[in-house]
Structure formats: structure tokens, C-alpha cells
Design a protein around this ligand. Structure first.
Ligand code: N01
Length: 584
């Protein structure tokens, strides 16, 4: 371990770990490493902690996993002293929580704000990362830990003539800190993903008129926000450790009553209906886990699609508007579903209108507003809720070079390749928290973050104890992991949607399903086994001397059992993808 000062100022003092990003991942990583005696510095582009909750301040922003589970569990006192005001905390409360954590653990003294990392090069001679920020400050880190977030870089969607528009254009993910007052204004919003679906009902209450420009409708379930359900509160209060452990021991990292055996197609329609109604009434993502076959079998998925379509029709008075709001181009759950408060009912308001961009595309902005092929609209302000360059965007934007000066962008030219979503072959001592190839965005991010941080910390301790200077994923293990990531998702319907999980929302981005769909519980066990086998799949060195070398990845736990009836579909998809030999 080096004896670097806690806060080197723009110098090249060696630091054990340079962490990029002061969201929940970066904050916990810093706390964890400091507690173990490592020197660590966080470089953060923004002026405060909180990551997602620092940047996304749009009206209506709130978490859509219950706050009881979407919070840190690593410190019992922290957990015990914090009380959430609602079932799904709003953004300001989450940001207060992030600041509370930062202050409670005195984190800010090791965080450099306004420090956007632009370059990081692996120096083979010294076995250190050389890191540079936009402001020209330089750092040397034995380890580089990217806690840069999966949804932190907005897509650079622009429209012809946008610069001529006389009013302000806001991006949901770069919302002004002082807020925006839309009172009396004619407002446009472009996009109907989660950010738009949360903000539309709130903006509609304020604006004189809100026009929603929709290209693709999304499925959205009601949050039924309010007080935390008594049963959950009691279960948590009885034994917070057990409650947390139960959350982590799930596919999604939160308690969702996932049913892995009952098939919707083999259940009496009235029972299916009752189950879907029960879950819809509970709210949020609970409906996702209702049956074992809806994520795989198109016929089962259609049952849930029709159920949600009916719910949309119930909420929206105008049948034509309801029809436009009903997704038809992707199976339920294959794009990230949204969780809303009053979204569909908002379209019953006299001051809200919907423009179908499939029928009438945007031609461009004008000084007065937006022109579509058929109409000219006048606006005072425009909101872009057009999404993110997900999972790879923040990493791609760093001039990141590994062994031999190899650029990460070149290594990932055909899609992100990682081992365990944690490390990359040819990039020693580079760790990604919730990186591509890890469960990340398919799960409760905080539980995934805790698992990653703790695994990385254990790894650094192990290296340090043995005076090893570098760890690097082997190419073979990386290839085997990429194959396993593909095996996990291919049986499902998920690759069928043009989702940001697939990189489909960014022109020119390689199409590849980026997160690991095998579940957080399975993934955690895999990572545990890899470490227990003395870091299987990794090459560990002291200087240029190889101390231990493992090139295989054999830690596949048995995949969750798939109901017999679904096996033909699964085999067919795996065979078509070249992941299973064709039957002779
Ligand atoms: O982004 P999105 P988001 N012209 O990519 C449209 C997380 N999140 O910020 O689908 C017109 O989902 C685009 O249309 P289409 C969550 O994981 C979490 O809303 O490409 N429209 C789409 O409708 C979420 O999934 C929370 O046809 C254009 C929209 O913009 C992820 O962040 C809250 C367009 C983008 O939707 C991203 O959500 C918010 C164009 N040129 C977000 N380009 C919570 O935890 C894009 N669109 C609650």
C-alpha cells in the first residue's frame, strides 16, 4: 500500500485507487477502501455527490424501487437512523440521503468536484494508471475504478434548427438546479421513456399547455406511491439484516415475489387475471414476476400485454389516444418498463395533447416552436427526455488506454467485452462498478453496487496482502463470460426490442445486449466462486513477473431451472444464436 496523502492536489503522488464518479457507487467504494487503509481519491464531474440523483432533477423524478430496499445496507447505524418519507422517495430526498451519507462518513474530503476525467492511460513500466481531468489535473492510481454510472451521459439528440428556437430547451438529465417554473407556458416534451413518464404529469399541472411528442409508447405500471406498506415496514424493522439479505438473494435485487414455476399459458384465465390484478394493485415492477413464461414465451407475453393495454384503455378517456399510448412494437418487459404516478390519466386533461411522431415526424425546430410534417406548433419551452448512451457512454468518453496503448473503444468496437462486468482484458487494475456484462440496470442498483464494491475491495486486499501489483482478466475468461452473458439473455424475449439495453437508441452503436440477465443472486455466487478459486480467469503479476495465471472461467452455477414446456423455445433460440450445437 502506498502512503499517499489523502488529498493530492493536481500532482502525481501515487494513490492506491482513483475512483471516477461520486454517485452511490463511488461514495461507497471510497468509504470501503478508506476503511481498509487504502488511499483513495474520487474525481467527480459535478459539484456535488449523488450521481443520478444529482443530475436528474426534472419534475417528478423519483426512484421506482421501494426506498426501503433502494438504500445502503452496509452500515447498520446508517440504516437505522434514516427514515424514508414515502414508499418511492423523490429526487430531492434521495439527494439529501446521498449528502447525508457523504457527511456521515466524511467522504467529501477525498472527493474532487468539477473534475471530469478525460484520459486514463495504463503505464506498463510503473504499473500505475495515469489519469487526467478536463482542468489538466493529473493523478496516478494503482487502481482505476470507474463508478461512472450506467445512465449518466445523455444521447446528443438534436433537431434541425434547434439553435433558432427562441425559448429554453431543457434536458431532463441536466435539469437546472434552481428548478423551472412552467406556469402559463406552452411546453413541449419529446420522448416517452421513464424520465418523460415521470415528468409529464407534474409539468402538465403547471403548464398552460403540454404537448407530448411520442415516437414509441412504453409500458408503464402505477407506482401507488404513498406511505411505505405496513407489512414491508414491519418485516424490515423486525430484522433489517434478514430483509436486506432477502432483497439481495433475488434475480432483481429487490423483493418482487418472482414466480419461477407457474406458466400463464397453463393457468386458468380467471386465475391469471386475479394474479395480474393483485400485482397491478400492489404496483411498480411486481407484475413482472407474475409467471415463469411471460419473459420467454410470446403467447404468455401477449396475455400480459393485453392486460396492460386494457389498463391503459381504462385510464384514458379518448380511445384513439389510448390506442396511441399502447405499445405494439415490443413484448412487455423487453424495454425497461416505467413506473408512474398518474401518467395515463394526464392525457384526459384539456391542457395536454399527444403527437404521434410515427404518423407525423418532426421536421425541425423553428424560432417559434416545432414543425412536424403536417403541423407547426408554437412553444415557450421544450423538454428533451430523449435518453442516454447507456452503459458504455461514460466509459467511451474517456480516452482510456490499456496495455500497449490499446483503446477501450477499439476493444469494444463490436460491443462491450468484460469479464464479470468488472474487468477488461488488456486493462489491468481497471474495475467497472455495474459495468456492461454485470446485472446492473436489470436490478436494484444499490444492491448491485454493494456487491461490486465489496468484491473489488476484497480483491484489492488480496492483492495487497501478497504484494501483487496488478490483476487483469484473461482474454479467454473474458470471451467465456461474454458467451455466458449471451446465453443468459438469448432464451428470453429481451433481445427482440430496440432497447437501450441493446444499444439500439444510439445511431452506430453496436447491437449487443449489455447487462447480464442471469440475476443478481446467480451473479453474486459466480463472483464469490471466482474469488474463492484464487481469482479464476485472472492473471496476477508483481511488476512484470506473472505470479498466478488462470485463463478459464468455470464458475457457472447451475442455471435456474426452466419449466419443461419452455425448453423447445429456449433450445431453438440458443441454437439459432450459435450458443448450442444443433441437434443431429
Ligand atoms: O430515456 P429512454 P429515459 N425523436 O431511452 C425518445 C432510467 N430511469 O431517460 O423509444 C423523438 O427510456 C425515445 O423514443 P424511441 C430507466 O432505466 C429511471 O426516459 O427511441 N423521440 C424514448 O421515448 C430508464 O429506462 C428512472 O422511439 C426520441 C425517449 O426519447 C432509463 O433511465 C427514471 C428521439 C427516451 O427514453 C432511460 O430513461 C428515469 C428523437 N430523435 C429514468 N430520440 C427511475 O428510477 C429519442 N427519443 C424512476
Amino acid at each position: 500500500m502506498t502512503n499517499a496523502p489523502a488529498r493530492p492536489s493536481s500532482d502525481t503522488q501515487p494513490i492506491d485507487a482513483v475512483i471516477v464518479g461520486a454517485g452511490f457507487a463511488g461514495m461507497y467504494m471510497l468509504h470501503k477502501l478508506r476503511g481498509l487503509g487504502f488511499s483513495a481519491t474520487v474525481l467527480e464531474a459535478g459539484s456535488g455527490v449523488g450521481g443520478t440523483w444529482y443530475w436528474n432533477r426534472y419534475p417528478g423524478a423519483r426512484v421506482d424501487i421501494q426506498s426501503l430496499e433502494y438504500c445502503f445496507g452496509f452500515d447498520e447505524d446508517l440504516e437505522a437512523e434514516w427514515r424514508w418519507s414515502e414508499r418511492y422517495a423523490p429526487q430531492p430526498e434521495l439527494l439529501r440521503y446521498a449528502n447525508h451519507v457523504a457527511e456521515r462518513f466524511d467522504l467529501k474530503r477525498d472527493i474532487h468536484f468539477h473534475s471530469r476525467v478525460t484520459a486514463a492511460h495504463w503505464d506498463e513500466a510503473s504499473q500505475f494508471w495515469q489519469i487526467e481531468t478536463e482542468g489538466g489535473a493529473r493523478y496516478r492510481g494503482r487502481h482505476l475504478i470507474l463508478a461512472t454510472g450506467c445512465l449518466s451521459i445523455p444521447t446528443d439528440v438534436t433537431f434541425p434548427g434547434m439553435e433558432t428556437f427562441k425559448g429554453p430547451v431543457y434536458r431532463t438529465s441536466r435539469w437546472p438546479h434552481e428548478g423551472v417554473d412552467f406556469s402559463g407556458m406552452r411546453v413541449a416534451i419529446i420522448g416517452t421513456g421513464s424520465s418523460a413518464i415521470q415528468s409529464i404529469p407534474v409539468i402538465a399541472e403547471q403548464a398552460a399547455h403540454l404537448t407530448v411528442f411520442q415516437r414509441t409508447p412504453n409500458y408503464s405500471m402505477p407506482a401507488h406511491n404513498g406511505p411505505i406498506p405496513q407489512a414491508d415496514l414491519e418485516a424490515w424493522a423486525k430484522d433489517p439484516r434478514a430483509y436486506r439479505a432477502a432483497s439481495k438473494d433475488t434475480i432483481g435485487g429487490f423483493q418482487n415475489e418472482a414466480n419461477t414455476t407457474t406458466l400463464a399459458t397453463e393457468t386458468a384465465p380467471e386465475e391469471v387475471r386475479a394474479e395480474l390484478e393483485r400485482r397491478w394493485a400492489w404496483g411498480g415492477f411486481r407484475i413482472l414476476g407474475a409467471f415463469a413464461d411471460t419473459g420467454i414465451d410470446p403467447a404468455a407475453n401477449r396475455i400480459i400485454q393485453e392486460f396492460v393495454a386494457e389498463k391503459i384503455r381504462e385510464q384514458v378517456a379518448d380511445p384513439a389516444v389510448a390506442d396511441l399510448l399502447t405499445p405494439k412494437d415490443h413484448p412487455f418487459g423487453t424495454k425497461r418498463p416505467c413506473v408512474d404516478t398518474g401518467y395515463y390519466a394526464t392525457f384526459n386533461r384539456p391542457n395536454v395533447s399527444l403527437v404521434d411522431l410515427r404518423a407525423d415526424p418532426i421536421v425541425g425546430f423553428t424560432p417559434a416552436g416545432i414543425s412536424t410534417q403536417a403541423n407547426d406548433y408554437a412553444f415557450d419551452a421544450v423538454v428533451l427526455a430523449t435518453g442516454f448512451d447507456a452503459m458504455t457512454g461514460a466509459i467511451d468518453r474517456i480516452d482510456l488506454r490499456g496495455v500497449g496503448g490499446r483503446r477501450i473503444k477499439d476493444h469494444w468496437a463490436e460491443g462491450p467485452r468484460t469479464y464479470l462486468g468488472l474487468m477488461v482484458a488488456g486493462f489491468p487494475n481497471l474495475f467497472t462498478i455495474t459495468g456492461p456484462g454485470s446485472p446492473s440496470v436489470l436490478t436494484n442498483m444499490i444492491n448491485s453496487i454493494e456487491q461490486h464494491v465489496e468484491w473489488i475491495a476484497d480483491c484489492l486486499v488480496s492483492l495487497n496482502q501478497r504484494q501483487q501489483t496488478s490483476i487483469e482478466a484473461s482474454e479467454e475468461a473474458e470471451a467465456a463470460w461474454c458467451r455466458h452473458v449471451a446465453e443468459a439473455v438469448t432464451p428470453t424475449l429481451m433481445p427482440q426490442a430496440n432497447s437501450w439495453y441493446m444499444g439500439a437508441n444510439v445511431p452506430g452503436k453496436p447491437r449487443m445486449f449489455m447487462p447480464y440477465a442471469g440475476g443478481l443472486n446467480t451473479y453474486t455466487e459466480i463472483c464469490r466462486q471466482v474469488a474463492a478459486k484464487d481469482y479464476e480467469g485472472f492473471v496476477i503479476r508483481k511488476g512484470d513477473r506473472v505470479l498466478s495465471e488462470s485463463r478459464v472461467f468455470t464458475s457457472h452455477p447451475p442455471m435456474p431451472e426452466i419449466p419443461e414446456k419452455l425448453m423447445p423455445i429456449v433450445v431453438e433460440r440458443l441454437t439459432a444464436a450459435g450458443l448450442m450445437p444443433a441437434a443431429q
